[in-house]
Design a protein around this ligand. Structure first.
Ligand SMILES: Cc1ncc(COP(=O)(O)O)c(C=O)c1O
Length: 359
């Protein structure tokens, strides 16, 4: 049996109960789950494709792959051949299985960020490999590693890795034959910093060799409930992933593929959603600062990485007593023990309630 960590959210349950006991109800800023409507374009496309009796294509429809390539070109200055796009059942699924799909295994170490979304660690373990949480690649030494994960903008810190930093990671990995997988699910949520894709020519020098970019429509288009993501990049790697995924039945349903294509073609709803998060961030950030928290990083993404200098669980308890639920920083690594992660994914009404309660 592979040893997996305890599911961290179970540890938050008592604080959720405490927050739920607040007279005006809980304001849940713990999980980054979208609360705003699914865009009309997605619903319409999903309904129009409802009569889909046959098996969907693992590689996705040409329409979907062209929409993904078009979005990367239009919004992120990235040129990718539609053949080198592969839909995934949300991006968590790919994060969890990528080391396995790439053939990593016992004796391998998968490099993940020191403070990170927990599924990178889980994915390494599912493959029988070992997660290696480290930010500076110098620390890795001369050993060969199969895979290096980067995540910019970061969950949980909202930190953006500049093009120069990403370029060094790519060069380092290419020298050793390691694959770089860049989780870019918050790429469109830059606030003070402008995030850049690993597939941008400023980072990869125009070649996608050894690189995969992992994208999600959960946050950009409120499609977390549809399970909609894709991976794009190195043609050889994408082909290999496609081969294994075909055998394993890892395919996105046809109606969801249709919905994905529709939202990838449309920027208006994404700009509107971005505006909602921007407004919530504009009120929440100063409210936390006035109440004694310092916000670190958080120049992009869907979270405020906050600290009042005490242990994260004391902060969780104090906020839960006010009916506000946040995630403890140590869910994301030991280096997060003095921080809490505050998500912007609550309705305007709940965000206003948080601001009042912090006064
Ligand atoms: C960094 C990161 N990667 C991947 C995911 C998974 O997103 P999804 O499976 O909804 O595409 C999340 C979800 O919050 C995330 O924060």
């Amino acid at each position: 049996m592979i040893a997996l960590p305890d599911f961290p959210w179970d540890r938050l349950a008592p604080y959720k109960e405490l927050a739920q006991a607040h007279a005006d109800g809980i304001a849940d800023l713990s999980v980054g789950t979208p609360v705003d409507p699914v865009p009309a374009a997605a619903r319409k496309a999903l309904a129009a494709a409802a009569d889909s009796p046959g098996y969907p294509q693992t590689h996705g429809t040409a329409r979907l792959r062209e929409a993904a390539a078009g979005w990367l070109r239009r919004r992120h200055g990235v040129t990718v051949d539609p053949d080198d796009v592969l839909p995934t059942i949300g991006s968590k699924e790919l994060v969890a299985w990528l080391p396995t799909l790439l053939g990593a295994g016992r004796g391998d170490r998968v490099v993940i960020p020191e403070l990170a979304y927990p599924t990178y660690d889980v994915g390494a373990r599912l493959a029988g490999a070992e997660p290696y949480a480290v930010d500076g690649l110098v620390a890795v030494g001369p050993e060969r590693v199969p895979l290096v994960w980067v995540n910019s903008p970061s969950n949980p810190t909202g930190r953006v890795l500049p093009a120069e930093h990403l370029r060094k990671v790519v060069a380092w990995a290419r020298e050793r034959g390691a694959v770089v997988a860049s989780d870019e699910c918050y790429l469109e949520l830059g606030w003070e910093d402008h995030p850049v894709s690993v597939l941008h020519p400023d980072v990869c020098g125009g070649s996608h060799e050894g690189i995969l970019a992992v994208h999600s429509l959960s946050k950009r288009s409120n499609l977390a409930g549809y399970r909609a993501g894709f991976v794009a990049g190195d043609p050889v790697l994408v082909k290999r992933l496609l081969e294994v995924r075909k055998h394993a039945g890892m395919m996105v349903s046809a109606p969801v593929q249709a919905a994905m294509a529709a939202v990838l073609d449309d920027d208006e709803h994404a700009d509107e959603q971005r505006g909602r998060y921007a407004r919530r961030r504009e009120v929440l950030r100063p409210a936390l600062e006035r109440a004694g928290w310092r916000i670190d990083h958080s120049t992009a993404g869907l979270y405020l990485w906050a600290t009042d200098g005490t242990d994260c669980w004391d902060q969780v308890r104090g906020l839960a007593e006010k009916g506000i639920l946040v995630a403890p920083g140590d869910f994301y690594g030991a280096a997060g023990r003095a921080h809490v992660r505050v998500a912007l994914t609550a309705t305007d009404e709940r965000i206003d309630a948080v601001v009042r309660r912090l006064q």
